[in-house]
Ligand binder design. Structure first.
Ligand SMILES: [Mn+2]
Length: 436
């Protein structure tokens, strides 16, 4: 008996961490992959598809998500069983009870609403363990399998459930934890033949006959092997060790990657650039850079320009700040071509001093921002002295860099004083044309 197992579709998920223009593409990918799944099920002559929970990201979704889900599943020639999970439980606000869902559900799409065995075919029985709330107070798999009698000869019994198993759960006190040792005993006894689970987004074999298929499209950076579905063959007459054959098939189009590099000079930047360049399907790839090393101001500015350029192609390219340690050491030659005078020259000297001072404390970042305001006076004075237009532009660049030294991205830890000054120098270098 062959079936296809998948889970954690998380339809309707938004990805606020991606570039804004990439977010609708990411949301659409979660629907597009459904057609690849149902086509695969038909090609492999699977008897059914089971989705082991978290079909939807929440119970509160725009009705268009339901419409697009059923549109994507419309042409499936294989029946599809949806199991409510912790994101989409069968509670009083359940998406499965909404008018849109009931009104649009195609005949071949079924919701598993209790643990009564479902006769998918004459030789297949499906036992589901749906979630009825976000916090079950018991092991739902144990409850679903309690009191089972042996299946009729030749009938394959499949368990579909959702949640963390004890051997992989960091929170062993959670009463909803699935006792996978007890499940293995059930499997060995032949009361059930295979168990497929949702909740863990990376494809994982827990034990013989117990699998997490994982999410068909990646949802988070930490997932080690997402983007798969499982084609599962079960021989109900065989012992547990030989009973279940699993083929993982990659169906996901998106990738979340982490790239680690040590950067010291322009050669290292060229290597990083080449690594990014050779990645295919950039529009559906997000990259977090974990960077170590020490760069001159001009090299750091080149790095920032490189990240901006690749940011136009990728769904995201970003330095993962909490996993990076990149220091900028101003090089004497970095600014010598700029022939700075007056306020700009004094500000530059101060930034270089601060960038080199590891003892600079975070509060000085605020001070640097404050001094940006002081720059307005300097610009005014320079204009009063009849300085050229380009000098005035340059002063604005210095001011912008100083202001940037006081700011940092909201999702990152506050920059230290030295770090803020390093960022400001890099920005100053770029604003004044140094990275072209
Ligand atoms: Mn999930």
């Amino acid at each position: 008996m062959r079936f296809l197992a998948t889970a954690d579709w998380q339809l309707g998920m938004t990805a606020g961490f991606l570039e804004p223009e990439a977010r609708p593409r990411f949301a659409q990918a979660r629907f597009d992959v459904l057609q690849r799944i149902t086509r695969l099920a038909a090609e492999r002559e699977a008897q059914f598809v089971v989705v082991c929970g978290d079909v939807f990201e929440t119970n509160q979704l725009d009705r268009s998500v339901i419409a697009r889900t059923f549109e994507a599943l419309r042409d499936s020639t294989v029946p599809i069983y949806l199991l409510p999970g912790n994101h989409d439980p069968l509670d009083s606000a359940s998406i499965y009870d909404s008018e849109e869902f009931a009104g649009r559900r195609p005949e071949h799409v079924h919701v598993i609403r209790d643990s009564t065995p479902v006769a998918v075919a004459a030789d297949v029985e499906l036992i589901g363990a749906p979630w009825f709330s976000k916090r079950p107070d018991a092991d739902l798999v144990a409850a679903a399998c309690a009191g089972l009698v042996p299946p009729a000869s030749g009938v394959t019994r499949v368990v579909a459930a959702h949640g963390a198993v004890a051997t992989l759960n960091p929170d062993a006190t959670d009463p909803a934890t699935i006792d996978d040792a007890a499940l293995s005993t059930l499997l060995a006894s032949g009361l059930v033949h295979v168990a497929v689970l949702g909740d863990r987004h990376a494809t994982t074999e827990v034990a013989s006959g117990i699998w997490y298929p994982g999410t068909p499209e990646v949802t988070a950076r930490r997932e080690t092997d997402p983007g798969n579905v499982l084609v599962i063959d079960v021989d109900p007459h065989a012992d547990l060790a030989q009973r279940v054959q699993v083929e993982r098939v990659h169906v996901g189009a998106w990738r979340f990657e982490t790239i680690a590099e040590t950067l010291q000079d322009l050669d290292d930047l060229a290597r990083l650039s080449a690594r990014l360049e050779q990645i295919s399907n950039k529009a559906r790839t997000a990259v977090w850079l974990t960077l170590q090393g020490t760069l001159s101001t001009s090299s750091r500015a080149r790095l920032d320009a490189l990240i901006d350029e690749f940011g136009d192609l990728f769904a995201l390219v970003k330095i993962w700040e909490s996993h990076s340690d990149l220091v900028v050491r101003p090089d004497g030659s970095d600014f010598s071509d700029l022939h700075l005078t007056g306020f700009a020259s004094a500000a530059l000297a101060e930034l270089i001093g601060r960038a080199d001072d590891p003892s600079a404390d975070p509060s000085s970042a605020d001070e640097a921002g404050g001094r940006g305001g002081g720059g307005e006076t300097a610009v005014g004075e320079a204009d009063g002295d009849g300085d050229s237009e380009s000098d005035s532009e340059f002063d604005r660049a210095v001011e912008a860099a100083l202001n940037a030294a006081g700011g940092h991205e909201a999702d990152e830890e506050p920059a230290s004083g030295a770090r803020a000054a390093q960022d400001a120098l890099s920005l100053l270098y770029r604003l004044t044309g140094g990275a072209r």
